[in-house]
Design a protein around this ligand. Structure first.
Ligand code: SF4
Ligand code: SF4
Length: 363
């Protein structure tokens, strides 16, 4: 189940969003891609190419904004993929704020639904308010209850951990489990793309996070639930690469590029994330042009060739950590985000083998 095996094609459907999250890593307030939407012909060509490979026929809807804001486009892509292979499975990462009509369609058609939410209503409403200024927690609770009641697949929570909620991880599990949730992923907040001056703005006491995280994993496991993090997502199996970004598998961007990573949302102004852009939509000839040298570079990011990681005691289980965050924060895909090294080792050594197993891949 290691996260690096998460084979799928992702669609960055739109930059539109109905929330105004404080730490939004797309830098929504300043970026220049307002209301940009993925081209349907590009999406279909991406599916055609991807379905010629042996990778799992799994499609996923993701940001940069909220994918359900482009509901008709989502359905068109979904039905096209199903027409190519009826056994296609589907996944979405959503902020959980959508209408009942959308909730109904998701419940019937999407196998894995990850809802981004940061915890109890006080925290959620502070960090993730609606664009209108209203509380988002009310709609999220309603939609979670609807999906759990009407769904055969899985609904899980993906939370961002900040100084405000790292002490409250067990409280969060209790709150969401009352709504019917059984699977959780939590990730420490990281700097926005291109945010070089304020990289320290979001750092917090990783030691304290680590202790509270371990308690939360053990609590969740004792109740039959799973609780993981980007730090632990490859703990269950030794391997060489940290993420699907290094296979790579495609993530189609709203500005017409093929990205390898959720953090490289645009091809044009990719800031320092250009290493992940490995193809481009040629709209005149209606085909995707891939960059073989970029694919080769991504595939070469194996932990045993990285200076620090090759000597690390947990190298095969961390594998150099998330290449997106490492590149964003060090400027080098082969770099090292040293702040996570000790916490990751502590967590690895304190969890049992069973507590390192996950039923669903990291979102
Ligand atoms: S953000 Fe990290 S874990 Fe996510 S796709 Fe990019 S490299 Fe992989
Ligand atoms: S813990 Fe640090 S040194 Fe070890 S593999 Fe992970 S990133 Fe590399």
């Amino acid at each position: 189940m290691s996260h690096s095996n998460k084979e799928m094609i992702s669609f960055f459907l739109t930059t539109k969003c109905n929330l105004n999250c404080i730490y939004c890593y797309t830098n929504k307030g300043t970026f220049e891609h307002q209301s940009q939407t993925l081209n349907l012909d590009f999406a279909k060509a991406g599916i055609d190419d991807y379905y010629e490979t042996n990778y799992r026929k799994h499609i996923r809807f993701f940001g940069a904004g909220e994918p359900t804001e482009e509901f008709d486009l989502m359905k068109s892509i979904f039905y096209y993929a199903k027409s190519k292979d009826i056994n296609t499975t589907a996944e979405i990462q959503t902020n959980g704020c959508f209408s009942e009509e959308i909730a109904k369609w998701l419940a019937w058609n999407i196998d894995i639904i990850w809802i981004s939410s940061d915890g109890t209503p006080d925290i959620q409403d502070y960090f993730r308010p609606m664009l209108s200024g209203e509380k988002s927690s009310v709609m999220i609770e309603k939609n979670i209850k609807y999906l759990i009641k009407n769904k055969c697949g899985m609904v899980g929570i993906r939370s961002t951990i900040t100084e405000s909620n790292y002490d409250k991880q067990i409280q969060m599990i209790k709150y969401f489990s009352k709504l019917g949730i059984k699977n959780f992923w939590v990730d420490p907040v990281f700097p926005s793309i291109g945010e070089t001056e304020n990289h320290n703005r979001w750092t917090f006491d990783m030691g304290r996070f680590t202790e509270k995280f371990i308690e939360a994993v053990k609590y969740a496991y004792s109740k039959g639930m799973t609780y993981g993090s980007i730090l632990t997502c490859n703990f269950d199996k030794a391997g060489e690469i940290a993420c699907r970004a290094l296979l790579p598998v495609p993530h189609l961007t709203t500005d017409g590029y093929v990205s390898a990573c959720d953090m490289a949302l645009f091809g044009n102004d990719n800031n320092h994330m250009n290493v992940f852009i490995y193809g481009k939509w040629d709209k005149d000839n209606k085909k995707i042009i891939y960059y073989p040298e970029k694919i080769e570079l991504l595939r070469s990011r194996v932990y045993h060739k990285m200076e620090k990681c090759s000597k690390c005691s947990i190298g095969p289980f961390c594998r150099g950590y998330c290449p997106g965050e490492v590149t964003n924060e060090t400027g080098d895909i082969f770099g090292c985000k040293t702040i996570i090294c000790n916490p990751t080792k502590i967590i690895f050594n304190r969890l049992t083998n069973d507590e390192k197993k996950y039923i669903f891949f990291h979102p």
